[in-house]
Design a protein around this ligand. Structure first.
Ligand SMILES: Nc1ncnc2c1ncn2[C@@H]1O[C@H](COP(=O)(O)OP(=O)(O)OP(=O)(O)O)[C@@H](O)[C@H]1O
Length: 601
């Protein structure tokens, strides 16, 4: 087990994504006051260890630290809670609640699409999570089934949105350049693909794609390459599958509007989806059917979408949670989101398991323009602006931080970074056998296998409304999929979602104890190594092993043939009465005769 910070021990990898690897881990000590959840020794958590190239980038570290408060305070029953952030040496990690269950992408692959009612109710909960985060000024920007984990609780499944803020880390200018987009081609909104300003409407677009995929099993736009998929987002209209009821199609169509200003808010989306779920169920009454048919009225364009904050280093953009009214974003950063769209071709990359390119792609960072590398300096704390001139002006290489900087003094980001690192107790040094280092092993996702349960029992429609404090939507009559209304009016022959058995919990282990830091741990003196034994093929003759194998097989065949010939009635059936070797000789002569005849003719 490998320590992460002084409080956590990585146990086993759960999976690897574009931005890092997620581990099952165990809390070793209570975390300090800076953590949102101090946790208890022995508790199991999930830790996303960000990729080295992210962790070694000063811009990203700064962004990570600045977003600390945002990430730690995002709490909602349908958002995976971030408990703590760890910055240590070259390691950046997010400590999260462990969700025992598959992600939605995997679930769909293994169980097929959902019914329209189930899909609407599941997406409604995702929209609840989005509404809460948008209200806090946080736009997800990478909504896709792989970022929705299915939590098993009380025999029901709840969607849990994860990876908030990660897309924003990944598009830190230190990693990407000024005209790049971060996202997953199959789910990316047209404005993101074009590099136009993004608002919370990108998440509504992502929710529309996700809803479409839940019902049909595949996202609406696919193609041979990421570029082709992006083009379709920009210009193609989604095709309506025959299995989608009218009211649900109205919702999807509104979410997938090319113009972000025409998309509804997450809150309206959640409400509309619940109305639709009631109205398309087989037991819907006339009023519910009428309400669902008129769902378009609930989907008015969002009057005040949350904007994606300007990148780091732009004066005035330091607080990523600021919600700016659209079009009033203040002084535009030198980052030019309106730059010409010139998405560079991208190889198709890994194809989705169902052959849909892009469907399973990881988050992608794609260059969108010819902008050269931009040097970016992190923001300066208030009061120090004058010292560093126009810091953080993107697109002005070579200008940043030059004026008036005291060469002897550390740059403010260095002090901030040091302070952050100091906040995390340093890992105690201890000997770790390289063969036991989990970071060197390839991760293997351990997924609970689905329990085959009769269809319709399981309904992924979320927790009761009472469980969603603080984001109170007006209660819709009959919300929560009432008794006797489990069959959708538009029942499709598609497989119903299956329940997942929770993965077996690890027995809490005794927390690992560390030696006090002062005395250097004495390593035991090494035993002298045994001299190496020479292998049977010291010359490493190529193909020798294969040759031996062939000879051995031939011998075995001869012996087996002899045994069959002598011990079975085969000899009398063929009627020759000859011995094995004589018969073989005859066959050999006959065969060579044929060959000669062939050669002669
Ligand atoms: N809190 C968590 N609890 C349990 N498993 C998790 C948790 N967070 C992520 N995982 C799992 O870890 C794996 C990797 O997650 P990650 O978010 O890094 O990848 P991704 O979303 O597929 O890729 P990307 O980086 O492109 O978003 C996924 O299979 C996911 O199901």
């Amino acid at each position: 087990m490998r320590p992460v910070g002084s409080k956590y021990l990585l146990e086993e990898p759960l999976g690897r994504g574009a931005t890092g690897t997620v581990w099952r881990a165990r809390q070793h000590q209570r975390a300090g006051a800076e953590a949102a959840v101090p946790g208890q020794p022995g508790e199991t958590v999930a830790i996303k260890v960000l990729k080295e190239e992210l962790a070694s980038d000063a811009d990203i570290v700064m962004r990570f630290l600045r977003e600390r408060s945002v990430l730690l305070r995002l709490t909602h029953p349908n958002i995976v809670r971030v408990r703590d952030l760890v910055v240590e040496g070259d390691l950046l990690a997010l400590v999260m609640d462990l969700v025992d269950g598959p992600d939605l992408h995997r679930y769909l692959r293994e169980n097929g699409p959902l019914t329209p009612v189930a899909a609407a109710l599941l997406t409604a909960q995702i929209a609840d999570a989005l509404a809460a985060s948008h209200a806090d000024g946080v736009v997800h920007r990478d909504l896709k089934p792989a970022n929705v984990l299915l939590k098993q609780d009380d025999g029901r499944m709840y969607p849990m949105l994860t990876d908030f803020g990660i897309a924003r880390l990944a598009d830190s200018p230190g990693l990407t350049r000024t005209h790049e987009f971060v996202g997953t081609p199959a789910y990316v909104a047209p404005e993101s693909a074009e590099g136009r300003p993004q608002t919370s409407a990108v998440d509504i677009y992502g929710a529309g794609i996700l809803l479409y995929e839940l019902i049909t099993g595949r996202p609406p736009f696919s193609g041979g390459s990421a570029l082709e998929v992006l083009h379709q987002h920009l210009s193609a209209e989604p095709r309506r599958p025959s299995t989608v009821p009218d009211p649900l199609w109205t919702v999807i169509e509104r979410c997938l509007r090319k113009n972000p200003d025409e998309r509804p808010s997450a809150e309206s989306l959640a409400r509309a989806l619940r109305v639709v779920a009631e109205g398309v169920g087989v037991h819907a009454n006339a009023a519910q059917i009428a309400a669902a048919d008129g769902v378009g009225a609930l989907l008015a364009p969002d009057p005040a979408p949350a904007t994606v904050p300007a990148p780091d280093g732009v004066p005035g953009a330091a607080d990523p949670t600021t919600v700016l009214p659209q079009g009033a974003a203040g002084a535009p950063p030198a980052y030019d989101p309106n730059g010409a769209t010139s998405v560079l071709p991208h190889t198709g990359g890994p194809q989705g398991p169902d052959g849909v390119p892009g469907a399973a792609d990881p988050t992608t960072v794609m260059p969108q323009g010819a902008a050269g590398p931009t040097r970016v300096m992190p923001p300066v704390p208030p009061g120090q602006q004058g010292q560093h001139g126009q810091q953080g002006q993107y697109g002005q290489p070579g200008q940043q931080g030059q004026q008036g900087q005291q060469p002897e003094e550390p740059h403010p980001w260095q002090s901030q970074l040091r302070a952050a690192r100091d906040r995390n107790d340093q890992t105690q040094v201890q000997y770790l056998d390289p063969t036991e280092d989990p970071l060197r092993r390839r991760p293997q996702r351990q997924v609970a296998r689905p329990q085959q349960q009769p269809p319709q029992r399981q309904r992924p429609q979320g927790p009761p409304q009472s469980q969603q404090p603080g984001y109170g939507y007006p209660q819709q009559p009959g919300q929560g999929y009432p008794q006797g209304q489990q069959q959708p009016r538009y029942a499709t022959p598609q497989p119903q979602p299956q329940q997942y058995a929770p993965a077996p919990q690890h027995q809490p282990r005794e927390p690992q104890r560390y030696a006090p830091p002062a005395p250097e741990p004495q390593r035991p003196a090494r035993e002298p190594r045994e001299p190496r034994r020479r292998g049977a093929n010291p010359m490493k003759i190529p193909g020798l092993g294969c040759l031996k194998g062939c000879l051995f097989t031939v011998v075995i065949l001869f012996v087996a043939g002899w045994l069959v010939w002598e011990l079975s009635p085969l000899q009398s059936w063929i009627g020759t009465g000859k011995g094995y070797w004589a018969q073989l000789g005859d066959w050999f002569d006959t065969a060579t005769g044929w060959v000669k005849d062939l050669g002669g003719s």
